[in-house]
Design a protein around this ligand. Sequence first.
Ligand code: C2G
Length: 128
Amino acid sequence: MKVVLTYGTFDLFHYGHLLLLERAKLFGDKLIVGLSTDEFNSGKGKKSFHSFEQRRKNLEAIRFVDLVIPENTWEQKIQDVLSHNVDIFIMGDDWEGKFDFLKEFCEVMYLPRTPDISSSLIKTLENK
Ligand code: C2G
């Protein structure tokens, strides 16, 4: 049973998010998503449009997402990798290199982002 772990805000869920999750699941049998809480987001200087519960509902409806856990801090990743027996940690390549410290505990992969779509783009379109 290969376990894959990724993190994100997944606000205004879109095709780029879906393709990341779909590709991540291909590397294992179980995909765990660490979903940024509203409190953690405000710490990132991000205010998401959708609440944590709404963003979690979106993710839990996805066939290839097996478990959603809260992301409360930057520091929890090592603990999450160990407690969930994670084999592969995957993020989009806008994070290239940022999580290499996890290589001591699991494989680390960065996948190409899907171009031309983002939550912030959707927000600007919504304000038109
Ligand atoms: N993503 C993508 N293509 C896009 C937009 C996003 O592949 N067009 C990927 C990102 O690279 C990330 C995931 O989708 O791996 C979630 O993106 P965000 O919700 O923007 O996550 P972020 O705010 O980067 O938070 O501790 C890590 C953070 O929680 C990541």
